[in-house]
Design a protein around this ligand. Structure first.
Ligand SMILES: [Zn+2]
Length: 106
């Protein structure tokens, strides 16, 4: 079993745990995310994009939808999603684009 797969699995598991404990123990959730980030750095293993979006880039806390973050779709200029951390106020913007690798009709 390759080493990086174990790191990946541990990262995923930590995010699952963070999600489960967030409501009762937001400080634990933050700690789990912290551990996941350490594993990622130590193993040079990227945190999957969908999980990375659950980390606030401002305070590095766990973002739980409907609890401590606000997700909105904006059409200004380019369509994008904004994720606002309600703990520190940091706003992450994710542009919405058409998939580049989608097969082109001819
Ligand atoms: Zn934050």
């Amino acid at each position: 079993m390759p080493r990086e797969n174990i790191a990946q699995r541990r990262i995923k598991r930590l995010f699952e745990l963070a999600d489960q404990v967030y409501v009762e123990h937001p400080d634990w959730a933050r700690r789990y995310v912290d551990i996941a980030r350490r594993i990622s750095m130590r193993n040079r293993e990227k945190i999957p994009t969908h999980l990375k979006r659950r980390i606030c880039k401002g305070c590095k806390g766990y973002l739980k939808q409907g609890a401590n973050c606000r997700i909105r779709v904006r059409q200004k200029r380019e369509p994008h999603v904004t994720i606002t951390c309600l703990d520190c106020g940091h706003i992450t913007r994710i542009p919405i684009r058409r998939r580049k690798d989608a097969p082109q009709p001819d």
